[in-house]
Design a protein around this ligand. Structure first.
Ligand code: UDX
Length: 432
């Protein structure tokens, strides 16, 4: 099929490259001329495992093209995905200017039937607005359909999430639109759920809000575990084996971050409020997440007594492993709290350091975990990168000023570290 994807950010690029890999002809458009010029040469603006190779391969076999002309993209394909950013306006609401602009350009350049697929994360009823906008600006009375096809891609595993999704959700009004979408995704051989448009729009926010709720639940539970001497990992395992609960997203830590959960939760709370429902439960989820970072700070204080002038090594800056994304990273929030307390921070991250240098002042960036640990009074694990799971602890013990590890992601075995002579502070591991 011929597909255009408007918006070459995270979702647009991954979806475009994957659709091309499935054998479609894909044009990815973006009005950022510099970004498009780079992409044409195979320069990828984000780090996502496997994406560079996928784009290079499909550029070579000419199934993937990049353009800065949205007009060209609209004219060349019958199926047009909208995958532009919907950043937070600061009051909780999402900024839908980009979506509206694209809808207008589509309307003005359509020269026949078009299937417009909304993929950006948007409030319920956005598709209805897209439909109205197109109907208002369309020149000739060409037919069109608008469908909602929310994405569930996780950074770091976006390609396998695209090719092996648990489900594909399509909100469609017309049978034709539903059929075309089914045909498009059919090569993946995964369950396709066709719903009405508003249900599909809600499924995206509802899913992210529910996953955030699971994380805040287990983080709140870690507080109880700490108080009574239980182990939150064991509790999560015991709960997760119940198929009704499931084991995923029950990993306690320093709180969730990223470009989706915090923004989508804010947006969903605001949407509900605008509809006259005070979604108190989600407000508590958000508060618990904020408290979790302060709780970790408290743990560091308890271990170090005075934080001022202490040297603290922080391993991991990205909001999770396998990404260079720092948006709403709990690690960055924690570093800021520690700097406010007067700590000296030595930091290392395998991928996110260049971006971090632009947003963190007064931090010493180091070339590896050992350089970061040099003379530190405390070592904090803030992101669960695999390379941190295999550190040489005997070497670390010699380098650190004090053998104290605050494991903000519960990646180590406390008994093993204690045996090696470390003071170990985890999340929800009970009292020392
Ligand atoms: C999320 C959704 O999973 C995805 O479906 C949606 O399309 C976009 O938002 P992403 O933000 O890339 O994806 O990361 P995810 O793996 O969901 O993790 C989000 C945050 O939760 C991270 O900060 C992660 O460290 C944290 N997390 C996740 C936990 O603290 N504990 C867990 O058990 C799982």
């Amino acid at each position: 099929m011929n597909i255009s994807i408007i918006g070459s950010g995270y979702v647009g690029l991954v979806s475009g490259a994957c659709f091309a890999e499935l054998g479609n002809h894909v044009i990815c458009a973006d009005n950022d001329i510099k970004k498009i010029a780079g992409l044409k040469k195979g320069i990828i603006p984000i780090y996502e495992p496997g994406l560079e190779e996928l784009i290079a391969g499909n550029l070579k076999n000419k199934r993937l093209k990049f353009t800065s002309s949205i007009r060209e993209a609209v004219k060349s394909s019958e199926i047009i995905f909208i995958a532009v950013g919907t950043p937070s306006l600061g009051n909780g609401e999402a900024d839908l200017t980009g979506v509206e602009n694209v809808a207008r350009v589509i309307a003005q350049n359509m020269d026949g039937y078009r299937l417009i697929v909304e993929k950006s994360t948007v409030p319920v009823e956005t598709c209805a607005w897209i439909k109205k906008t197109i109907a208002t600006y369309i020149k000739k009375k060409h037919k069109f359909d608008v469908v909602s096809n929310p994405e569930f891609l996780r950074e770091g595993s976006a390609i396998s999430d695209f090719t092996h999704p648990d489900r594909i959700v399509v909100g469609a009004e017309s049978q034709k639109a539903g059929q075309v979408m089914t045909q498009l995704y059919q090569p993946l051989n995964r369950p396709i759920l066709i719903t009405n448009i508003k249900s599909a729009e809600l499924i995206k926010h509802a899913s992210n809000a529910f996953l955030a709720t699971k994380i805040s639940f287990i983080n709140a539970l870690s507080r109880i575990c700490d108080k009574v001497g239980a182990d939150v990992k064991e509790v999560a395992q015991g709960m997760g084996l119940d198929a009704r609960i499931g084991r995923h997203f029950l990993h306690a830590g320093i709180g969730y971050g990223g470009s989706c959960f915090p923004k989508d939760l804010d947006a969903f709370i605001t949407i509900a409020g605008n509809l006259g429902y005070d979604f108190k439960m989600l407000k508590a989820v958000r508060d618990t997440n904020q408290e979790q970072k302060e709780f970790v700070l408290q743990k560091i204080k308890e271990a170090l007594w005075i934080i001022k002038d202490k040297t603290i090594a922080v391993l991991g800056l990205a909001f999770k492993s396998n990404t260079d994304d720092l948006r709403n990273s709990p690690s960055i929030d924690l570093i800021k709290l520690l700097l406010q307390e007067g700590a000296k921070i030595r930091a290392y991250d395998p991928r996110a350091m260049e971006k971090a240098k632009n947003i963190l002042n007064d931090v010493i960036f180091c070339k590896d975990p050992y350089q970061a640990s040099q003379g530190a009074d405390c070592l904090i694990i803030a992101t669960e990168w695999n390379e941190f799971k295999e550190l040489d602890f005997l070497k670390l013990k010699k380098i650190l000023q004090r053998a104290l590890i605050v494991d903000g992601r519960n990646i180590y075995d406390p008994k093993q570290l204690k045996k090696l002579g470390f003071t170990y502070v985890g999340i929800g591991h009970g009292r020392e």
